[in-house]
Ligand binder design. Structure first.
Ligand SMILES: [Zn+2]
Length: 294
């Protein structure tokens, strides 16, 4: 099995992609069936994860939770026929509005996506929390917007394990969402008294590392705001922004398999656009599927 995987706690498992930006997924098993949290980025790895669940954990997948609508978290839904799909209501809306065109574009770029079909969430919520009981575990689904407007996280209550999706990343990324919402989601996550944070990409954050990880991510967002405010005072703001490298914002460019530097640039561009227009305006860019994004 190529896919990295690990048992985090009794009946709770984690998978990490070897192919795409260290994207992650989770599984919680009960005596008769399992729920998965996200579906990985490529059919090959999704099917590997499914085989592992069915043959090693000996249970079928009855529920899929999408933390958000991005392709690398949700395009494997179709490989679990019969499973009930749960997500934020906005996730379903984004699938309806942008899903098919993004999939068609991806198919032109890469034939592996020919076998992918979009499956829209069956069960959605907009605010508050949703609980799903699986054997001895209670999963609590809660909105954690910012990376995208439809982002949710999943708490395994008994173990204090949070599958954060892209609300918590080695490099906070908000081009499809909102920096202020992301900052408050990160702060809230820091107050949950967690044992583990399973990031949407990258490695698991252990209890002793959580405080520093939260501080570092919030410091990064503050550094971005400061840099853009500075840029807005300059005669040539874009030139200044191009000089704001990721290290000056207290993050490393090697994060996310080296993708961090590119994502950092996009964060700066999105924030500049928002702050130049007005604090209320938000960018609505549609990600171009042949660009590597998360
Ligand atoms: Zn994402």
């Amino acid at each position: 099995m190529q896919l990295q995987h690990e048992r985090i706690s009794e009946n709770v498992y984690w998978f990490q992609s070897e192919i795409y930006a260290q994207v992650t997924a989770g599984v919680v098993t009960g005596p008769q069936w399992a729920a998965i949290i996200d579906t990985l980025a490529t059919p090959e790895e999704t099917l590997e994860m499914r085989t592992y669940i069915e043959e090693q954990l000996n249970v079928p997948v009855h529920y899929i939770i999408n933390t958000h609508s991005h392709a690398d978290h949700a395009w494997g839904n179709c490989f679990f026929p019969g499973a009930t799909l749960i997500a934020h209501a906005l996730c379903r809306k984004l699938f309806e509005e942008k899903g098919q065109s993004a999939l068609e574009l991806a198919r032109q770029q890469n034939p592996i996506f020919k076998q992918v079909k979009l499956v829209l969430p069956h069960l959605t919520f907009t605010q508050g929390q949703l609980s799903l009981r699986i054997g001895k575990k209670n999963l609590i689904l809660l909105p954690t917007p910012g990376h995208s407007h439809d982002s949710i996280s999943v708490l395994v209550e008994e173990d204090r394990i949070l599958f954060a999706g892209d609300a918590f990343l080695p490099l906070p990324y908000f081009v499809d969402g909102d920096i202020d919402q992301l900052a408050s989601s990160i702060k809230n996550i820091g107050k949950m008294g967690l044992e583990n944070i399973v990031q949407g990409h990258g490695d698991i954050i252990l209890r002793g590392e959580i405080e520093d990880a939260v501080k570092e991510n919030l410091a990064y967002l503050s550094a971005l705001r400061k840099a853009v405010r500075n840029a807005l005072r300059r005669k040539n703001p874009i030139e200044f922004l191009n000089s704001v490298d990721i290290e000056s914002c207290k993050k490393s460019r090697v994060a996310l398999g080296g993708l961090a530097a590119e994502l950092h640039k996009r964060n700066l561009a999105a924030l500049y656009k928002k702050m130049a227009a007005s604090p209320e305006s938000q960018s609505e860019d549609t990600p171009d599927s042949n660009d590597r994004t998360i």
